[in-house]
Design a protein around this ligand. Structure first.
Ligand SMILES: C=CC1=C(C)c2cc3[nH]c(cc4nc(cc5[nH]c(cc1n2)c(C)c5CCC(=O)O)C(CCC(=O)O)=C4C)c(C)c3C=C
Ligand SMILES: [Fe+2]
Ligand SMILES: [Fe+2]
Length: 333
């Protein structure tokens, strides 16, 4: 085992527009939706649809949604990811004799992978542990993050030593963190309600082609339900955030939530475990849209359980991911 090797951590998340404005949203959507990991259609068919239809119609509509959730410091996804980065860095500094630098990069937009890698280089890091902030692996997210990382290294004469983590869908500290935040919500409400696990969807076809995302999501829901001692009738697993016309993973969140009151489920809590950070998809699509759909179908109470964000439990999970992975790496050296 070599001594004095300096480790660094690169956190990667999806990306978000630089401003809640049409132009910035268009730029972000163009980069994101041009990635064949995200939309795998034949480019000869997809590019005209994207450039002529989607990028003309969607940005102004989506910019208004970003305006509804934008924070003083910026986009929620970026602000919250940065808070976790800072908390993780502090936690590692206090738990290890050698501080481990932590940087954040986005697959699409800013901060870029190049800028984060430069920061790590300046801190003379020899080995980089990469943690995509997606609890459940999908080729559309985790693999896309790695594609972007490799692209950034294409022109780099110095190739750092990399450790690419897969996911943490069943990590005991992740399951514990989710269960604790659900328990805290129930205590605040003074009642335990039917629990809806709502995950960002992907096209069903991707799963048929081998993407393990759906089974990773099912595993998370089952483990959290077990940790909370729930009966099968106490919880429901759904997918949200459909995009485009083809079939996505089912059951769909909107249809399921709308049908619940007629089946006697009138009071719910919704948690969205695939989002490590709150973002447009949780703050608007769940907390506003889905809530309205549930209530207008006769639902009485709908409360969203926030993402793990920079909570102590989440920082403990990420600290543990760093320590476990670097120790294993050291042992293999
Ligand atoms: C084919 C399209 C999409 C796939 C596949 C997809 C997978 C996927 N996405 C996330 C996480 C996030 N997605 C977010 C926004 C978002 N997602 C899509 C489309 C697909 N996602 C779009 C078009 C958008 C932008 C908003 C909109 O136009 O509706 C975000 C939020 C970004 C933010 O700025 O807040 C996240 C996070 C996962 C985890 C996932 C598959 C596992
Ligand atoms: Fe998405
Ligand atoms: Fe959405």
């Amino acid at each position: 085992m070599k001594e004095n090797v300096k480790y660094g951590v690169l956190l990667m998340n999806l990306g978000t527009p630089d401003a809640p404005e049409k132009k910035a949203v268009r730029r972000f959507l163009k980069e994101f939706l041009s990635d064949s990991r995200v939309v795998d259609l034949n480019p000869l068919i997809w590019r005209p649809i994207l450039n002529l239809i989607i990028l003309n119609l969607r940005p102004s509509k989506v910019a208004k949604v970003y305006q509804q959730v934008w924070m003083d410091e910026g986009s929620p996804l970026l602000v919250l990811s940065n808070r976790l980065k800072k908390a993780l860095s502090d936690s590692l500094a206090s738990s290890d004799e050698q501080a481990i630098p932590v940087e954040l990069a986005m697959t699409y937009g800013n901060p870029s992978v190049e800028s984060a890698a430069n920061q790590l280089r300046k801190q003379r890091v020899d080995k980089i542990l990469v943690i995509p902030m997606y609890p459940q692996f999908s080729a559309t997210t985790t693999a896309a993050a790695y594609d972007r990382l490799m692209k950034s290294l294409k022109k780099c004469p110095h190739w750092p030593s990399l450790n690419l983590t897969q996911d943490y869908a069943d990590h005991p500290l992740y399951i514990k963190a989710l269960a604790n935040s659900i328990r805290a919500q129930w205590e605040k409400q003074a009642e335990q309600r039917h629990l809806v696990f709502s995950y960002h969807g992907i096209p069903k076809r991707y799963v048929s082609q081998g993407d393990p995302y759906a089974s990773r999501c099912e595993l998370t829901s089952q483990l959290v339900a077990k940790e909370l001692g729930l009966k099968d009738s106490d919880w429901t697993h759904v997918y949200q955030s459909r995009f485009g016309r083809e079939e996505w993973l089912k059951p769909y969140a909107d249809a399921t939530l709308k049908s619940m009151p007629s089946k006697g489920i009138e009071r719910v809590n919704v948690i969205s475990p695939a989002f490590s950070m709150d973002c447009i998809e949780t703050l608007e699509e769940i907390q506003i849209e889905l809530k309205e759909e549930f209530e207008s179908s006769g639902g009485e109470a709908f409360d969203y359980v926030p993402a793990l964000n920079d909570s102590d439990d989440h920082v403990a999970l990420y600290t543990s991911l760093v320590i476990e992975n670097t120790q294993q790496w050291k042992a293999n050296d």
